[in-house]
Design a protein around this ligand. Structure first.
Ligand SMILES: [Mg+2]
Length: 174
């Protein structure tokens, strides 16, 4: 799966939802959150049945194909909830993944592109030791194409600083 797939999912998911509601009111956040919770519950139920199978206990069974189907449902519903708030799931996941790696001191990072930076951009981020507020975080990012650009942002969280830097570099591409 890649960012292009998520972009396509966002578009077609929204088009289908509008058609599904046949011009009526669209579902609100509570509905989408309940729908997502329901699909996560279906995943848990399938996993329970797979464990039952593995242990040889009595009861109904499920297959990995069933789990695949339910995990697909979770992504579809997750996208609909995120869309309501204009959240880019690829960027959100990459930002959170990288922030967690920073927090626990592991080197694993998802790409800058996945966080919404232009292709080929690089960044570094961390505590802002130069500003008046030491609790702030900075992000410095550079992009080489079409011209060399450098931006520096400061925000209350590292993820926010990165998101703002990515947005400013993207603005330069437009
Ligand atoms: Mg389902």
């Amino acid at each position: 799966m890649n960012g292009d797939f998520l972009a396509t999912l966002r578009r077609v998911n929204g088009e289908r939802l509008a058609a599904w509601c046949e011009g009526g009111p669209l579902p609100d956040a509570t509905f989408h959150a309940m729908e997502l919770g329901g699909e996560v519950g279906e995943v848990l139920n399938v996993v329970k049945k797979l464990e039952r199978e593995a242990k040889g206990w009595r009861g109904s069974r499920a297959t990995v194909a069933d789990l695949t189907e339910e995990l697909g449902d979770v992504l579809i519903c997750l996208d609909k909830l995120a869309a309501l708030y204009g959240i880019d799931l690829a960027a959100a996941a990459a930002a959170k993944f990288n922030a967690t790696s920073d927090k626990v001191g592991l080197p694993h990072r998802l790409s800058a592109a996945a966080e919404g930076f232009p292709a080929g951009a690089m960044y570094r981020s961390g505590h802002d030791g130069t500003g008046p507020d030491p609790s702030q975080f900075f992000c410095e990012a550079v992009s080489d194409a079409p011209e060399c650009r450098r931006v520096r942002t400061v925000a209350g969280t590292e993820a926010q600083a990165r998101a703002q830097a990515a947005a400013r570099l993207r603005e330069g591409d437009e």
